[in-house]
Design a protein around this ligand. Structure first.
Ligand code: HEM
Ligand code: HEM
Length: 181
Protein backbone atom coordinates (compact mmCIF):
# COMPACT_ATOMS: atom_id res chain seq x y z
CA UNK A 1 0.00 0.00 0.00
CA UNK A 2 1.55 3.27 -1.14
CA UNK A 3 -0.75 5.88 0.35
CA UNK A 4 -1.46 6.40 4.03
CA UNK A 5 -4.95 5.65 5.36
CA UNK A 6 -6.78 6.13 8.64
CA UNK A 7 -5.26 2.96 10.16
CA UNK A 8 -1.69 2.85 8.90
CA UNK A 9 1.23 4.55 7.20
CA UNK A 10 1.82 3.60 3.55
CA UNK A 11 5.14 2.42 2.14
CA UNK A 12 6.32 5.87 1.01
CA UNK A 13 5.93 7.45 4.46
CA UNK A 14 7.42 4.37 6.12
CA UNK A 15 10.36 4.30 3.70
CA UNK A 16 11.05 8.02 4.16
CA UNK A 17 10.80 7.74 7.96
CA UNK A 18 13.34 4.92 8.32
CA UNK A 19 15.69 6.20 5.63
CA UNK A 20 15.77 9.57 7.39
CA UNK A 21 16.32 7.92 10.77
CA UNK A 22 19.27 5.96 9.35
CA UNK A 23 20.76 9.07 7.75
CA UNK A 24 20.42 11.11 10.95
CA UNK A 25 22.15 8.47 13.04
CA UNK A 26 24.95 8.18 10.46
CA UNK A 27 25.32 11.96 10.18
CA UNK A 28 25.45 12.32 13.96
CA UNK A 29 28.16 9.68 14.42
CA UNK A 30 30.24 10.95 11.50
CA UNK A 31 29.63 14.61 12.45
CA UNK A 32 30.87 14.08 16.00
CA UNK A 33 33.94 12.08 14.92
CA UNK A 34 35.00 14.09 11.87
CA UNK A 35 35.68 17.34 13.75
CA UNK A 36 38.31 15.52 15.87
CA UNK A 37 40.27 14.19 12.88
CA UNK A 38 43.64 15.74 11.99
CA UNK A 39 43.59 17.82 8.81
CA UNK A 40 44.02 15.59 5.76
CA UNK A 41 42.45 14.98 2.35
CA UNK A 42 40.44 12.16 3.98
CA UNK A 43 38.97 14.63 6.49
CA UNK A 44 37.94 16.90 3.59
CA UNK A 45 36.25 13.96 1.88
CA UNK A 46 34.39 12.98 5.03
CA UNK A 47 33.23 16.58 5.50
CA UNK A 48 32.02 16.64 1.88
CA UNK A 49 30.07 13.41 2.42
CA UNK A 50 28.58 14.71 5.68
CA UNK A 51 27.37 17.79 3.81
CA UNK A 52 25.99 15.82 0.86
CA UNK A 53 24.10 13.34 3.04
CA UNK A 54 22.91 16.26 5.21
CA UNK A 55 21.51 18.02 2.15
CA UNK A 56 19.85 14.74 1.20
CA UNK A 57 17.96 14.89 4.52
CA UNK A 58 16.78 18.39 3.58
CA UNK A 59 15.45 17.16 0.23
CA UNK A 60 13.86 14.05 1.73
CA UNK A 61 12.17 16.10 4.46
CA UNK A 62 10.67 18.53 1.94
CA UNK A 63 9.47 15.54 -0.08
CA UNK A 64 8.11 13.90 3.04
CA UNK A 65 6.16 16.98 4.14
CA UNK A 66 4.74 17.38 0.62
CA UNK A 67 3.74 13.71 0.55
CA UNK A 68 2.16 14.09 4.00
CA UNK A 69 -0.05 16.87 2.59
CA UNK A 70 -1.06 14.71 -0.39
CA UNK A 71 -1.39 11.32 1.32
CA UNK A 72 -2.70 12.42 4.71
CA UNK A 73 -1.85 10.84 8.07
CA UNK A 74 -3.38 7.96 10.06
CA UNK A 75 -5.79 8.83 12.85
CA UNK A 76 -4.32 9.75 16.23
CA UNK A 77 -3.75 6.78 18.50
CA UNK A 78 -6.07 6.60 21.50
CA UNK A 79 -4.60 8.40 24.49
CA UNK A 80 -5.12 11.42 26.70
CA UNK A 81 -5.29 14.91 25.23
CA UNK A 82 -1.91 15.62 26.82
CA UNK A 83 -0.33 12.55 25.19
CA UNK A 84 -1.63 13.56 21.77
CA UNK A 85 -0.41 17.11 22.29
CA UNK A 86 3.03 15.86 23.37
CA UNK A 87 3.30 13.58 20.33
CA UNK A 88 2.34 16.45 18.00
CA UNK A 89 4.83 18.82 19.64
CA UNK A 90 7.70 16.30 19.44
CA UNK A 91 6.91 15.39 15.80
CA UNK A 92 6.58 19.08 14.84
CA UNK A 93 9.89 19.97 16.49
CA UNK A 94 11.60 17.03 14.82
CA UNK A 95 10.36 18.14 11.40
CA UNK A 96 11.58 21.65 12.20
CA UNK A 97 15.04 20.30 13.11
CA UNK A 98 15.16 18.03 10.07
CA UNK A 99 15.03 21.30 8.10
CA UNK A 100 17.02 23.50 10.49
CA UNK A 101 20.01 21.13 10.80
CA UNK A 102 20.86 21.04 7.09
CA UNK A 103 19.99 24.73 6.66
CA UNK A 104 22.29 25.77 9.51
CA UNK A 105 25.01 23.55 7.99
CA UNK A 106 24.47 25.23 4.62
CA UNK A 107 24.55 28.65 6.29
CA UNK A 108 27.77 27.72 8.13
CA UNK A 109 29.33 26.59 4.86
CA UNK A 110 28.24 29.79 3.09
CA UNK A 111 29.52 32.05 5.88
CA UNK A 112 32.85 30.19 5.85
CA UNK A 113 33.06 31.06 2.14
CA UNK A 114 33.32 27.43 1.00
CA UNK A 115 31.70 26.15 -2.18
CA UNK A 116 29.07 23.46 -1.72
CA UNK A 117 28.48 20.53 -4.06
CA UNK A 118 25.98 17.74 -3.60
CA UNK A 119 27.96 14.51 -4.14
CA UNK A 120 30.17 16.32 -6.68
CA UNK A 121 27.14 16.47 -8.94
CA UNK A 122 25.19 19.64 -8.26
CA UNK A 123 26.70 22.99 -7.34
CA UNK A 124 24.56 24.71 -4.69
CA UNK A 125 24.35 28.48 -4.39
CA UNK A 126 25.73 30.26 -1.32
CA UNK A 127 22.95 31.43 0.99
CA UNK A 128 24.78 34.79 0.78
CA UNK A 129 28.17 35.85 -0.55
CA UNK A 130 31.43 36.67 1.23
CA UNK A 131 33.21 35.44 4.34
CA UNK A 132 31.29 36.33 7.50
CA UNK A 133 32.94 35.08 10.72
CA UNK A 134 30.17 36.36 13.03
CA UNK A 135 27.46 34.56 11.07
CA UNK A 136 29.71 31.50 10.78
CA UNK A 137 29.83 31.30 14.59
CA UNK A 138 26.07 31.73 14.92
CA UNK A 139 25.42 29.05 12.28
CA UNK A 140 27.87 26.72 14.02
CA UNK A 141 26.11 27.23 17.36
CA UNK A 142 22.74 26.59 15.73
CA UNK A 143 24.08 23.38 14.17
CA UNK A 144 25.44 22.16 17.50
CA UNK A 145 22.50 23.20 19.68
CA UNK A 146 20.06 21.92 17.06
CA UNK A 147 21.75 18.56 17.18
CA UNK A 148 21.62 18.37 20.99
CA UNK A 149 17.90 19.12 20.87
CA UNK A 150 17.31 16.59 18.08
CA UNK A 151 19.19 13.89 20.01
CA UNK A 152 17.09 14.60 23.14
CA UNK A 153 13.86 14.49 21.13
CA UNK A 154 14.93 11.25 19.46
CA UNK A 155 15.32 9.63 22.89
CA UNK A 156 11.85 10.78 23.96
CA UNK A 157 10.40 9.78 20.57
CA UNK A 158 11.95 6.30 20.39
CA UNK A 159 11.12 5.80 24.10
CA UNK A 160 7.48 6.69 23.42
CA UNK A 161 7.36 4.30 20.43
CA UNK A 162 8.72 1.44 22.58
CA UNK A 163 6.34 2.35 25.42
CA UNK A 164 3.40 2.10 23.01
CA UNK A 165 4.65 -1.22 21.69
CA UNK A 166 5.64 -3.03 24.90
CA UNK A 167 3.54 -1.37 27.61
CA UNK A 168 0.36 -0.07 25.98
CA UNK A 169 0.61 -2.83 23.35
CA UNK A 170 -1.11 -0.80 20.62
CA UNK A 171 -0.35 -0.49 16.89
CA UNK A 172 1.75 2.69 16.97
CA UNK A 173 5.07 1.03 16.15
CA UNK A 174 3.53 -1.70 13.98
CA UNK A 175 1.92 0.86 11.71
CA UNK A 176 5.30 2.54 11.16
CA UNK A 177 7.08 -0.75 10.42
CA UNK A 178 4.46 -2.05 7.99
CA UNK A 179 3.81 -5.03 10.31
CA UNK A 180 0.20 -4.23 11.11
CA UNK A 181 -2.15 -7.18 10.68
C1 HEM B 1 16.44 10.43 13.99
C2 HEM B 1 15.55 9.50 13.95
C3 HEM B 1 14.05 9.76 13.82
C4 HEM B 1 13.38 10.86 13.38
C5 HEM B 1 13.97 12.19 12.90
C6 HEM B 1 11.96 10.57 13.48
C7 HEM B 1 10.95 11.46 13.14
C8 HEM B 1 9.60 11.17 13.15
C9 HEM B 1 8.54 12.09 12.80
C10 HEM B 1 8.75 13.56 12.39
C11 HEM B 1 7.36 11.42 12.89
C12 HEM B 1 5.96 12.01 12.66
C13 HEM B 1 5.37 11.49 11.40
C14 HEM B 1 4.22 12.37 10.93
O1 HEM B 1 3.27 12.60 11.69
O2 HEM B 1 4.30 12.83 9.77
C15 HEM B 1 7.67 10.07 13.29
C16 HEM B 1 6.75 9.06 13.49
C17 HEM B 1 7.06 7.86 14.09
N1 HEM B 1 8.29 7.41 14.51
FE1 HEM B 1 10.03 8.34 14.23
N2 HEM B 1 11.80 9.30 13.97
C18 HEM B 1 13.05 8.77 14.20
C19 HEM B 1 13.35 7.54 14.73
C20 HEM B 1 12.42 6.66 15.22
C21 HEM B 1 12.73 5.45 15.96
C22 HEM B 1 14.13 4.96 16.33
C23 HEM B 1 11.52 4.85 16.23
C24 HEM B 1 11.21 3.57 16.99
C25 HEM B 1 11.88 3.13 17.99
C26 HEM B 1 10.47 5.67 15.66
C27 HEM B 1 9.13 5.40 15.67
C28 HEM B 1 8.14 6.17 15.11
C29 HEM B 1 6.74 5.79 15.05
C30 HEM B 1 6.15 4.50 15.60
C31 HEM B 1 6.06 6.85 14.42
C32 HEM B 1 4.55 6.90 14.10
C33 HEM B 1 3.76 7.62 15.15
C34 HEM B 1 2.29 7.58 14.81
O3 HEM B 1 1.88 6.82 13.93
O4 HEM B 1 1.53 8.32 15.43
N3 HEM B 1 11.06 6.77 15.07
N4 HEM B 1 9.04 9.95 13.46
C1 HEM C 1 20.23 16.57 9.22
C2 HEM C 1 21.42 16.92 8.79
C3 HEM C 1 22.65 17.08 9.64
C4 HEM C 1 22.97 16.59 10.89
C5 HEM C 1 22.12 15.70 11.80
C6 HEM C 1 24.29 17.08 11.22
C7 HEM C 1 24.98 16.80 12.40
C8 HEM C 1 26.22 17.30 12.73
C9 HEM C 1 26.91 17.07 13.97
C10 HEM C 1 26.39 16.23 15.12
C11 HEM C 1 28.11 17.72 13.90
C12 HEM C 1 29.17 17.81 15.00
C13 HEM C 1 28.97 19.08 15.76
C14 HEM C 1 30.22 19.56 16.40
O1 HEM C 1 30.73 18.87 17.27
O2 HEM C 1 30.71 20.64 16.00
C15 HEM C 1 28.18 18.39 12.64
C16 HEM C 1 29.23 19.16 12.23
C17 HEM C 1 29.28 19.80 11.01
N1 HEM C 1 28.30 19.82 10.04
FE1 HEM C 1 26.54 18.83 10.09
N2 HEM C 1 24.75 17.84 10.17
C18 HEM C 1 23.79 17.87 9.20
C19 HEM C 1 23.84 18.53 7.98
C20 HEM C 1 24.90 19.32 7.55
C21 HEM C 1 24.96 20.02 6.28
C22 HEM C 1 23.87 20.02 5.20
C23 HEM C 1 26.14 20.70 6.25
C24 HEM C 1 26.73 21.61 5.21
C25 HEM C 1 26.20 21.89 4.06
C26 HEM C 1 26.83 20.39 7.49
C27 HEM C 1 28.08 20.87 7.83
C28 HEM C 1 28.76 20.58 8.99
C29 HEM C 1 30.10 21.06 9.27
C30 HEM C 1 30.97 21.92 8.35
C31 HEM C 1 30.43 20.56 10.54
C32 HEM C 1 31.75 20.71 11.28
C33 HEM C 1 31.78 21.93 12.10
C34 HEM C 1 33.17 22.10 12.69
O3 HEM C 1 34.15 21.84 11.98
O4 HEM C 1 33.23 22.47 13.86
N3 HEM C 1 26.05 19.55 8.26
N4 HEM C 1 27.00 18.12 11.93
Amino acid sequence: MIRNNAQRWGSISIGLHWLTALLIIGLAIVGLIMTELPNSPLKMQIYALHKSFGLTVLALTLLRLAWRLVAGTPDDQPGSRLQRLAAKAVHGLMYFLLLAMPLSGWLFNSAAGFPLRWFNLVQLPKLFTGYNPALKDIAHDLHETGFTLLAALLLVHAGAALFHHYVVKDNTLKRMTGKMP
